[in-house]
Design a protein. Sequence first.
Length: 188
Amino acid sequence: MTNHRPYIVGIGGTTANHSSSEKALLAALAHAERNGAEVAAFVSDDLDFPNYGAGRLDARAARLVEAIRRCDGLIIATPAYHGIMSGMIKNALDCVEELRADARPYLDGRAVGTIVCAYGDQAMGTTLASLRAVVHALRGWPTPMGVAINSSTCRFGPDGECSDPGVTARLALLADQTLGFARLCHVA
């Protein structure tokens, strides 16, 4: 058994600080950290960078790529915009193309927890499915638990506390699965 502390990177939110998708992401990352992970969050302004172009990363995009290169697992949270992930999140995931020539290309060997927030039920399922499909295309391993949150009925308080105990439990399970897979797959 290794003493390796898994590094979990969180990507999510919207251009508005403290969105429900950002708060859900931070709640999942906090759970992972309490259970032994080193975590880093990339939210709102961290992800507000120009559209991806090969070899044309600004400083924020380069920091994200380096964190993903080093990470053992990811948690991605997106709002549902018209039945699909936001352009900001898709653009962040497009930057993973910079890892194509790495020894561990793209998201290979990494568990990826997926969270979707929507103001209503209709867009949650298609957005979660499309996010998981992108993770597969990038060679990542979506966790069995994917969390869909109806933001019209579930609220997050100023300190990140969730109004729905069921959502809190699902976010914890998603974090546990991401962290567990990261521990299983770590090569010393």
